[in-house]
Design a protein around this ligand. Structure first.
Ligand SMILES: [Fe+2]
Ligand SMILES: [Fe+2]
Length: 214
């Protein structure tokens, strides 16, 4: 069965299934190897380990949100070819989700306790973006990915220099997010109005500040 044949009820059920898998840590299995596997584990001080874990928790929360944004858009985007693109991008985000989660547990910490909240809030935002029309929906992806890249750069600057495992994961994620942005742009994503961009940056700031601690 192709995505074109799914009814709204089918897609709703798939969205709920995906949400539970994302929040409970069992998203569909990804095919790419974890980039951190190529790096040696080094000993970090307690403070370095706490910092790295907190930053990776923020990144994991961001990936939970990205997953929900894509799923929300997939639910409401009008053109089937756009819906397919959203679903494929959401699948690719699963790699990031798994890599971050694994790294957080290696660093002796936990994912954000507010993951269900990040998922449900982002799902609604994604669904609204999908309703606004495909060019806006794709534009929303472009802007989201650009903001994520800026935020990954900030984390790369803050992570302990010797934490090669976390750094390698973020480098690969950055490359992937750039690719997602390019695909959405080429598919016809429109530039978003400045107030919308600012609102997106503000809500992401709330999430990143909170997930650092919780
Ligand atoms: Fe991602
Ligand atoms: Fe992405």
């Amino acid at each position: 069965m192709t995505a074109l044949q799914y009814s709204l009820v089918d897609r709703l059920i798939m969205t709920v299934d995906n949400g539970l898998r994302t929040v409970c840590g069992k998203p569909p299995i990804s095919e790419r190897p974890d980039p951190a596997d190529s790096c040696e584990e080094v000993e970090l001080s307690d403070a370095e380990q706490r910092l790295a874990a907190a930053l990776m928790r923020v990144n994991h929360a961001g990936e939970v949100s990205a997953q929900a944004l894509y799923q929300g858009q997939a639910l409401t985007a009008k053109l089937p070819n756009v819906r397919d693109k959203m679903e494929r991008a959401a699948l690719e985000e699963n790699d990031h989700l798994l890599w971050c989660e694994r790294r957080i547990s290696e660093l002796g910490s936990h994912t954000s306790l507010l993951s269900p909240w990040w998922y449900s809030g982002s799902l609604v935002i994604g669904a609204l973006a999908g309703l606004a029309g495909d060019q806006w929906s794709l534009g929303f992806i472009v802007e989201t990915e650009r903001q994520v890249i800026r935020h990954l750069d900030e984390h790369l600057a803050r992570l302990p220099e010797k934490d090669a495992k976390s750094r390698t994961i973020l480098e690969q994620m950055k490359e992937d997010e750039g690719h997602h942005a390019t695909i959405a742009l080429q598919a016809g994503g429109a530039p978003l109005p400045e107030p919308v961009k600012k609102l997106m940056a503000l809500s992401s700031k709330v999430m990143t500040r909170t997930a650092y601690w919780l």
